[in-house]
Design a protein around this ligand. Structure first.
Ligand code: PEP
Ligand code: MG
Length: 755
């Protein structure tokens, strides 16, 4: 009986020589299948490649009829070859024709063969093709033979991926690996980006597959495993890491896998079969991916990510390939693709070249999403499995509003988006022309537009939009992207820089609004059942006033004798606002003791975002220098619908009558006390919603910078008075079943407003 006597090592050596020979692609492939057949003592060896149309095409054979090469095809799932490709699992049969999936192809002359062994050709867990051996005699292939075939398949996968067979592809067709892919995720931002993929965590590219000396490779693997295990232990015992519970858990699971015997054994076996240490890592990870990817269990999927990371770490140790290649050589229109990343990592890139970020994970409230948005980048999350499918340099289109990502888009898709972007670019140019025009309605109502901001890096955008200043500077963003608590001096520097960049335009600095959706990794927080309604924001600040004092001190120092506006978040009752004022007053005294200049004018404002405060406006308004509505939280609490959960948040229109009545109550109260009122929630930056706000008397709107143009355009074309009357009547008498939104859209239509 035949066995793999010459062994896979000999085969791999022969393959290496063949790959170095100056042969035409088809000749090389014919020689390769011949070598495999001889080495495996098989009568037949066939190699199928998965095409972009889902067909598996016979690319080469030894033993079947030569005419069937590039003629015979099987669909995914069809026949034994299709089954192997679809399931990404090897299949070994003593009597293939009796298998229910067997599909007879007369042109191949397959009749006399009974024994069958087929393995998937995998890369990053994706099937690229199928490799088959057959024998006339009924026989059972051993596990070592399956293993040898899988090892050989690793090399073929690399040949497919590196375009070695490109000349064999018929015109109009391509290999599946380069198929256009669409991912439907969650869009975090508006905007569309066209560009090239940059992998945040580039896969280490293995170039050397076949071992010269197996002993040496085993030794390299052992050393690399030790180094990697030590580095994980080191990270775990590192002081800073102790508080980062999530991170710690991840590292613990890395450690578990890194010490896993089964994993190390499989790596050693792959080397024994003739692969280099790095090729062995890739080979084993391929199988693991293929199996785990087909699981629907989220726990297993998470573990797959851990294993991917671990394999990549090991590859880095083996190849000495450092991280961050992508950071140095960003293409002009870079689209960053990552499983997940921290905001600080994002900021390490050259922002002038980054157009978008696509994540496999991440919700819209992930810090990196907030930062991406704030930097005016397009961001999409939940693009499942994109990291494995994308190659550096691939064309990619990211559609923020639709949450869709097109990897290697077809020319039709690309053309559609090129047109869309052209329109957007034109519109942007048009908005730029409006920059210096004040936002006044046709009937003379002056509306002041401000930016919502949170990073010093955002501030130069004021020059592009012509906004009056920053209506909300979310100071927590700088805390979220720092690796440790910014000290007094660092904060002073940061706020001074913001003031300098605003060049005389006012900035409303909001005190730290931590908790709920805004997590600061180094501030240890206890797990809460309902973090949005938990120990957060001002509650936390007043309970632990050290942080609050330092921040207020930093702001007062940064004012450097100029004006300063401070906004207090999450005020639930007037007492809390008073307490904050006491801290501010104490810090003012301290400032004057130290002989530093006092702010020329200090204004302290309250955010109205907790419903309870609506019934304490008579107490808080006389004490506040200004107020600002945080509709994101206010609407969430009014409707008991989590702002971060689109399923419920979208169910309640924030400008429906009950919410609009609440807002109107605030507008009327603020007017009665003569206190300036701003809207700084997301509502202000959406055209219909902004129209609703203006129709109830709001004249200061603060929004993300890209919204300024469209909102100003709408205001310039608007005659407010008739709409104001109509909305006022609806607020009093109801709107006869017509929603406020419909009513506003109808008015806008009649005025030919661009909305
Ligand atoms: C709000 O709640 O509307 C708001 C402006 O603040 P944030 O979104 O930062 O909670
Ligand atoms: Mg809020």
């Amino acid at each position: 009986m035949a066995t793999a006597i010459s062994g896979p090592r000999v085969l791999l050596r022969q393959l290496r020589e063949t790959m170095a020979e100056p042969l035409a692609a088809q000749d090389r492939l014919n020689k390769i299948v011949g070598l495999i057949a001889e080495n495996m003592h098989a009568d037949v060896c066939s190699f199928y490649v998965l095409r972009d149309d889902g067909a598996l095409e016979l690319f080469a054979t030894r033993g079947l009829k030569a005419e069937s090469v590039h003629m015979t095809t099987l669909r995914l799932g069809e026949g034994l070859v299709g089954l192997i490709a679809a399931e990404a699992e090897p299949l070994s049969l003593e009597n293939a024709p009796s298998h229910p999936s067997f599909a007879y192809r007369p042109e191949t002359g397959e009749d006399p063969y009974n024994a069958f062994l087929g393995v998937p050709v995998l890369r990053a867990g994706q099937t690229l093709g199928v490799l088959v051996v057959q024998n006339a005699e009924r026989r059972v292939y051993g596990e070592d033979e399956t293993e040898a075939m899988l090892t050989t398949a690793t090399i073929l996968a690399e040949m497919i991926a590196t375009s070695d067979f490109d000349t064999l592809i018929k015109p109009g067709q391509d290999i599946d690996l380069r198929r256009p892919r669409t991912f439907v995720g969650n869009g975090f931002t508006d905007g569309i980006a066209l560009g090239q993929v940059v992998l945040h965590d580039p896969r280490v590219v293995v170039t050397n597959f076949i071992a010269e000396d197996t002993e040496v490779e085993q030794h390299r693997l052992a050393t690399a495993l030790d180094t990697m295990r030590l580095s994980i232990d080191d990270m775990l015992s590192h002081g800073d890491m102790q508080s980062l519970t999530d991170h710690r858990e991840i590292l613990e699971s890395y450690r578990m896998f890194a010490h896993d015997r089964g994993w190390a054994d499989r790596l050693r076996e792959a080397i024994e079969n003739g692969l280099t240490a790095e090729a062995a890592v890739e080979r084993v990870q391929n199988d693991t991916r293929a199996r785990m990817m087909r699981s629907t269990d989220p726990y297993i999927k998470d573990r797959l990510h851990d294993l991917d990371d671990l394999a990549n770490r090991l590859l880095r140790v083996l190849t000495g390939d450092g991280k961050g290649i992508g950071m140095k050589e960003l293409p002009e229109n870079a689209v960053l693709v990552a499983r997940n990343m921290g905001p600080a990592e994002l900021l390490e890139y050259d922002r002038s070249r980054l157009r978008a970020i696509v994540l496999e994970e991440g919700g819209s409230t992930a810090h990196v999403a907030i930062v991406a948005k704030s930097l005016g980048m397009v961001a999409v999350g939940q693009a499942e499995n994109i990291v494995a499918l994308a190659e550096a340099g691939d064309d990619i289109i990211v559609d923020g509003p639709a949450g869709t990502v097109y990897l290697r888009p077809t020319s039709e898709v690309e053309q559609t988006y090129v047109d869309k972007v052209r329109v957007t670019a034109k519109r942007r140019a048009h908005y730029l022309e409006l920059r210096d025009r004040p936002a006044i309605t046709r009937d003379g109502v002056n509306i002041t537009l401000y930016h919502n901001s949170g990073l010093v890096a955002d501030l130069p955008m004021l020059n592009d939009t012509g906004a009056a200043g920053v209506g909300l500077f979310r100071t927590e963003l700088q805390f979220m992207i720092a690796s440790k608590l910014p000290r007094l001096n660092e904060q002073v520097e940061l706020y001074s820089e913001a003031i300098r960049l605003a060049a005389g335009r006012p900035i409303v600095f909001r005190l730290l609004d931590v908790g709920g959706d805004k997590v600061i990794p180094y501030l240890r927080a206890e797990a809460e059942e309902n973090p949005a309604m938990g120990f957060r924001s001002l509650r936390l600040a007043l309970d632990r006033p050290g942080l609050l004092r330092i921040q207020i001190r930093a702001l007062l120092q940064a004012a450097n004798g100029g004006p300063m506006k401070i906004l207090v978040p999450m005020v639930t009752d007037a007492w809390e606002f008073r307490q904050t004022r006491l801290v501010v007053n104490r810090e003012l005294e301290r400032l004057s003791h130290e002989g530093r200049p006092l702010p020329s004018r200090l204004e302290l404002g309250a955010m109205i975002e907790v419903p309870s405060l609506l019934w304490e406006l008579d107490q808080v308004l006389p004490e506040a220098d200004f107020v600002s509505i945080g509709s994101n939280d206010l609407v969430m609490f009014l409707t008991a619908a989590d702002r971060a959960n689109p399923r419920v948040a979208k169910a309640y229109d924030p400008i429906a009558l009950p919410r609009l009545r609440a807002l109107r109550h605030i507008v009327d109260s603020a007017r009665r006390y003569g206190v300036p009122l701003t809207m700084c929630g997301e509502l202000a930056g959406k055209t219909v919603e902004a129209l609703a706000l203006m129709s109830i008397g709001m004249t200061r709107l603060s929004m993300s910078p890209p919204s300024i143009g469209p909102i100003k355009e709408m205001i310039l074309g608007l005659e407010l008075e008739p709409i104001r009357k109509s909305v006022s009547a609806a607020l009093l008498e109801g709107s006869n079943g017509v929603g406020i939104r419909e009513l506003l859209l109808d008015w806008a239509d009649r005025q030919s407003l661009i909305i």
